[in-house]
Design a binder for this molecule. Structure first.
Ligand SMILES: [Zn+2]
Length: 225
């Protein structure tokens, strides 16, 4: 079990990584981690790379009680809804990745285009139509989809990725935008070929992928690597 201090430290590290990789600009995006009945969320209005360890907002998942003086992200309801729906996961990362937003808002569908996509994002990545951010509408739309997958794309808005660790949720978030770049480049220069069903199944059965996935699910010291 991670201590509260560990969680705060990892959240600060991953907040910086999200911005470093260009997945959120200004005060955009929000991230959280859960330990037991408590969820630690990014405070509202803060750029994700400028949040100190003591500024992550602690909330009791069952009662909704907010600790401290800072307000949690405006997407708190969506984060809590995801944790209630998916008891197996411990992290939620919501980003505003520019190439992804551009593609999905233009109606381009994400499909398995390289092995990492299959291994980390899965065969199907659902896309939801635009809904107003920061309330019950987005909570409902995302929670409905997240039941059966680990990534949901939001038209004209961004992406929501979940994981058993922050490391895993971050890997998915980064991979979503990398996929968007690959699709964009492939479509720009020619007739992009996606993986066939047989190729997808081959990746799903690779032992090496099971090993890589297990590493991403590991908590502990290596989380910050
Ligand atoms: Zn957002």
């Amino acid at each position: 079990m991670s201590t509260q201090q560990d969680i705060r430290k990892h959240l600060t590290e991953y907040g910086k990584k999200v911005v470093e990789k260009g997945l959120a600009a200004g005060p955009g995006g929000n991230i959280s981690a859960r330990e037991g009945n408590y969820v630690y969320l990014s405070p509202s209005g803060f750029p994700l790379n400028e949040i100190r360890e003591d500024e992550w907002v602690k909330i009791d998942l069952k009662t909704g009680k907010v600790y401290g003086n800072l307000r949690p992200t405006c997407e708190t309801s969506m984060h809590l809804g995801i944790y209630m729906e998916r008891e197996d996961i411990k992290s939620v990362i919501h980003t505003h990745p520019p190439v992804t937003i551009g593609l999905i808002s233009a109606g381009v569908r994400f499909k398995p285009v390289f092995p990492d996509y299959v291994a980390l994002l899965g065969r199907e990545v659902p896309v939801v139509d635009y809904v107003q951010p920061g309330g019950e509408e987005i909570r409902k739309a995302v929670v409905e989809k997240i039941k059966g997958c680990n990534v949901v794309l939001l038209k004209n808005h961004g992406a929501v990725c979940i994981g058993e660790t922050l490391k895993e949720a971050f890997a998915r978030s980064w991979l979503v935008e990398e996929t968007a770049k690959i699709i964009f480049v492939g479509m720009s220069v020619g007739n992009l070929k996606y993986l066939s069903l047989r190729e997808i199944e081959e990746v799903e059965n690779m032992e090496a992928e099971d090993y890589r996935k297990a590493i991403l699910k590991k908590n502990g010291k290596e989380m910050g690597n």
